[in-house]
Design a binder for this molecule. Structure first.
Ligand code: DQA
Length: 147
């Protein structure tokens, strides 16, 4: 089973960027952690971070026929990218949205996700564990669906 893991803008700066909100772990550390977790779940991840909206959409187009699911932290695109939402809806493979922070404890403009409605589920507020929990839930969903 293959999972495409997509990270949106500014997530390349994790560890440096507002650590009181996003934690001290770097994106590379998250990647390594997810790779190990994926192996233990019998899956494989393809991991990207892109700052551009179009670049994220291009990756969805490029990979949707060869992956079983998408784990995505769209970063700020969460709150306004209808194009990213449309891409997730277009490919019809299960996606899970994750966020390090709990959006409902933050500014009002972050309290709306336009992309989460294109996903089967959503995990937020647990820091790096949001990614872990999201991957576990996504793999589990795909396995149950395959039975
Ligand atoms: C984020 C939350 C977004 O509002 C923000 O723009 C990010 C990170 C999170 O993981 O908590 O870039 O997606």
């Amino acid at each position: 089973m293959k999972i495409l893991v997509l990270n949106g803008p500014n997530l390349n700066l994790l560890g440096v960027r507002e650590p009181e909100i996003y934690g001290s772990q770097s994106l590379l550390e998250i990647k390594k952690l997810l790779e190990a977790l994926a192996i233990s779940l019998g899956a494989e991840i393809i991991f990207y971070q892109k700052n551009g909206e179009g670049e994220l959409i291009d990756l969805i187009h490029r990979y949707f026929q060869e992956v079983d699911g998408i784990l995505i932290n769209p970063g700020a695109y969460t709150h306004y990218s209808i194009a990213l939402r449309d891409a997730l809806l277009a490919v019809k493979i299960p996606a899970v949205e994750v966020h390090l922070s709990n959006l409902y404890c933050r500014e009002e403009f972050r309290q709306k996700s336009v992309t989460a409605g294109a996903c089967i589920g959503y995990v937020a507020g647990f820091g790096v564990d949001s990614y872990r929990l999201g991957l576990i839930a996504l793999v589990d969903y795909i396995k149950r669906r395959e039975k």
